[in-house]
Ligand binder design. Structure first.
Ligand code: FPP
Length: 241
């Protein structure tokens, strides 16, 4: 029986929750295992939180699954993480469909290995008609990459005469980001005790409520998610006004 779940005001849910899933490596090392064991156990948390968000009626859940900086980790860990990500996506596609979850991805997909990209695109395609939760995977993502990419594309359109410089405003910039069409996050959760943003959604989190917890990602369960939502509902949001 959940205690935090009962306290959630279903009429004031965040429309978009983003999560920096941190601490898989530390969790595994503390138990005397290899880092990849932490990532494998992190999949259970992904499943739990996705289910909790879908059940509550949250519209968008974004998970920071792989950053552009993660390409710099040892090859064995990168390969294992990629394989785990795409195999999980492939295996979970029927469950996503059963629960009306639509999969989306943001990031520099050109860096993904061909086989991984194919599996990812297949799942995105097969869940594209679902009208429930949108599960957004940030894969090979970093905010500075995204902003640099947007600046390049806006410049090209200015040179081509498609955009005039005086038309460049907040809204136009948003349309050149990989998150186009996705509302800004209302709540950002980071697990495992670190109080930083690590190059995640820098443009989009301008007015997002930040929530940091000591819990390592592989230990994060539905109840931890409900607790974060309760805390969010106690905050007063003024959006600079
Ligand atoms: C951070 O822990 C976690 C990651 C870099 C990867 C997250 C991936 C998963 C949970 C795998 C499954 C995901 C999906 C969406 C199917 P860390 O390795 O940085 O931990 P540390 O800070 O303790 O070293």
């Amino acid at each position: 029986m959940s205690t935090y779940k009962e306290k959630i005001d279903i009429n004031r849910l965040p429309a978009h929750v983003a999560i920096i899933m941190d601490g898989n490596g530390r969790w595994a090392k503390e138990k005397g295992y290899d880092r990849i064991f932490g990532h494998q156990n992190g999949v259970t948390s992904v499943r739990e939180v996705t289910e909790a968000a879908a059940e509550l009626g949250i519209k968008y859940l974004t998970l920071y699954a792989f950053s552009t900086e993660n390409w710099g980790r040892p090859k064995a860990e990168v390969d294992a993480l990629m394989e785990l990500l795409v195999d999980t996506i492939e295996k979970e596609t029927p469950t996503l469909n059963k629960n009306k979850v639509r999969l989306l991805a943001i990031g520099d997909m050109s860096r993904l290995p061909d086989a991984a990209l194919k599996k990812l695109e297949r799942c995105i395609d097969q869940t594209s008609q679902n009208s429930g939760l949108s599960l957004v995977l940030a894969l090979s993502y970093s905010a500075r990459w995204e902003l640099t990419n947007a600046i390049k594309k806006i410049s090209e359109d200015v040179v081509a005469g498609i955009v005039k410089t005086d038309q460049i405003n907040d809204l136009l910039v948003s349309e050149y980001l990989t998150t186009v069409g996705i509302p800004d996050p209302d709540l950002l959760i980071r697990t495992s005790g670190e109080s930083r943003i690590s190059n995640f959604l820098l443009w989009q989190i301008a007015y997002t409520e930040l929530y940091f917890t000591q819990t390592h990602w592989p230990d994060f369960r539905k109840e931890n998610f409900y607790e974060a939502i309760c805390e969010f509902q106690h905050r007063e949001r003024r959006f600079g006004k």
